[in-house]
Structure formats: structure tokens, C-alpha cells
Design a binder for this molecule. Structure first.
Ligand code: UDP
Length: 253
């Protein structure tokens, strides 16, 4: 079989040319990076878990009418997605203070915010993804004001959906990051959720114990990342309850 053409390789995923025009194959690696890739490790099974979890969230979002890039899962580590033009903004929604917001504003981690707060970070590793305002995004042509209004609407719908799903399994959605892509349908642009939604890009705390079940486990050396992600997947019913470690996860179809 001819080797597929690699289109892009990022820190945690690889994109290959898809079988049809306008499609890509997204491959989830086991690599974990933090602090702009200054800290790196490999967690066996993480890619399999994130492939399945991102599918779970994207399919759920489609079910409530939020458009996403997800088409179908291909195998344990790969999914077919729509090719998009990525808007160069990381869109973060926060329900509780944590991470960079706590550092920047001196708000203790875990403080409930008066309402969900949407932030934009300019996607540029060389600049360390700086926090930017809507003014910057419009002035520099990264997105139009209409795009930004639509993005905030999408981000808040994703927040409502994810918060509810997580609360149902005893997990607090502290914050998360999404990326947005533009697709063209009959010459009309449309914004859809792209990239991935997984514990790599969310903060998830057990509601009762406060235990962290997300990438902070790796960032802050709190244990095995695959164990934490397996727990999230198990609670969501994505893995059977008898799987306790992610080295050889069994998938439910
Ligand atoms: N996040 C992400 N990718 C990034 C930066 C942040 O997925 O490049 C996620 C992060 O996991 C958290 C949220 O966005 O769920 C907010 O991150 P924050 O700004 O607090 O930065 P951090 O403390 O992760 O550096």
C-alpha cells in the first residue's frame, strides 16, 4: 500500500491526507508536552484514549447541533476529519480560576467565576501563545468581528454541553481550550469545532475529592497521565468499567 502523505505533525497529533478531497486523517500520538514543549514524555495508551474521547465529545456536540470536523473513527488511533482553515486563536472557556488566569490575576485556583469567561490566545509558539483581545484579532485579520461573535456563541454552547456531561459523571469542568476551523459550503463560510476535545485540553477535577484528571497530572508531576484519562473514559462509559490501566485498553464500539 502506498504510504499516506503527511500534511502536518504537531506535538500530540499527526495529520495525513484523507481518502477524499476536503478530508484528513488525524492520528493521536502518545506524546505529551507541556510548557510550550519544554517538558515532554510518552504515556502508553494516551493517543488511543484521546482519539476515543474526542470522538465521544464531538459526536455529542453534533447531536445538539454544534458542527464539528469529526466524520468517523477509523481505528484505535485515527479518525477521519474535515479539512478546515484553522482560525489562529486558541479559544479558552473558564468556569473556575486555574492555571494562567490564577497566575495572571492572582485569583486562587478553584475560585468559581461569576460567569463563564471566554479568552483568546494567538496561536504562535515562538511568542508562547499570548493572550489577545478581540481588537487584536480583528485589526490583524485573524478573524472578523462576526467570526468572533460566532466563536463566542459556539464556545459557550460547547461549555454548556461539556459541563453537563462531566457533572453527570462527578467531574468539574474547570476550563478548556478549543480550536475553530472555517469550511466552505457552496461558497459560504461556516465555522466548526476542529482539532480535539480531550483531557489534554481541559481541566477536569473530581467533584468530591478535587483529584485532577487532566494534563495537569503531567504538568505538575501528580501521577500517570494514562491512568487519569482512563478514569475519565471509564466514567463516561467509553471504556468498560473493568479496565483499570490504559496500556491495553479495550474499546466499546
Ligand atoms: N490549553 C491547551 N493548550 C494550550 C494552552 C492551554 O489545551 O496551549 C488548555 C489548558 O489545558 C487548560 C486551558 O486551556 O484547560 C487554560 O489553560 P491556561 O491558560 O490556564 O494555561 P496553562 O496553565 O495550561 O499554561
Amino acid at each position: 500500500m502506498a504510504r499516506r502523505k503527511k500534511v502536518y505533525e504537531g506535538k500530540a497529533k499527526i495529520l495525513y491526507e484523507g481518502p477524499e478531497p476536503g478530508t484528513l486523517v488525524q492520528y493521536f500520538k502518545d506524546d505529551a508536552t507541556a510548557y510550550n514543549a519544554q517538558k515532554k514524555a510518552v504515556f502508553e495508551g494516551k493517543g488511543v484514549l484521546n482519539n476515543r474521547l474526542s470522538e465521544f465529545f464531538m459526536v455529542g456536540l453534533a447531536g445538539i447541533g454544534v458542527p464539528t470536523h469529526f466524520i468517523k473513527r477509523i481505528n484505535m488511533r485515527e479518525q477521519l476529519i474535515r479539512m478546515v482553515e484553522i482560525i489562529p486563536l486558541e479559544v479558552v472557556v473558564r468556569n473556575f480560576a486555574a492555571g494562567s488566569m490564577s497566575t495572571r490575576l492572582g485569583i486562587p485556583e478553584g475560585t468559581a467565576l461569576p460567569r463563564p469567561i471566554v479568552e483568546f490566545y494567538y496561536k504562535d509558539d515562538a511568542l508562547n501563545d499570548p493572550l489577545v483581545t478581540e481588537e487584536h484579532a480583528v485589526a490583524f485579520g485573524w478573524a472578523s468581528q462576526q467570526d468572533l461573535d460566532d466563536i463566542v456563541g459556539l464556545a459557550l454552547r460547547v461549555n454548556d454541553f461539556l459541563s453537563g456531561v462531566m457533572m453527570g459523571v462527578g467531574i468539574r469542568l474547570v476550563d478548556f481550550k478549543i480550536e475553530i476551523g472555517r469550511v466552505w459550503e457552496n461558497d459560504f463560510p461556516r465555522l466548526i469545532i476542529a482539532d480535539e476535545i480531550s483531557p489534554d485540553s481541559c481541566r477536569l477535577w473530581d467533584i468530591k475529592t478535587g483529584q485532577k484528571l487532566d494534563k495537569d497530572v503531567f504538568r505538575r508531576d501528580l501521577g500517570d497521565l494514562s491512568d487519569a484519562y482512563t478514569e475519565v473514559a471509564r466514567r463516561l462509559g467509553v471504556l468498560p468499567s473493568n479496565v483499570t490501566h490504559a496500556t491495553k485498553p479495550t474499546l466499546i464500539n
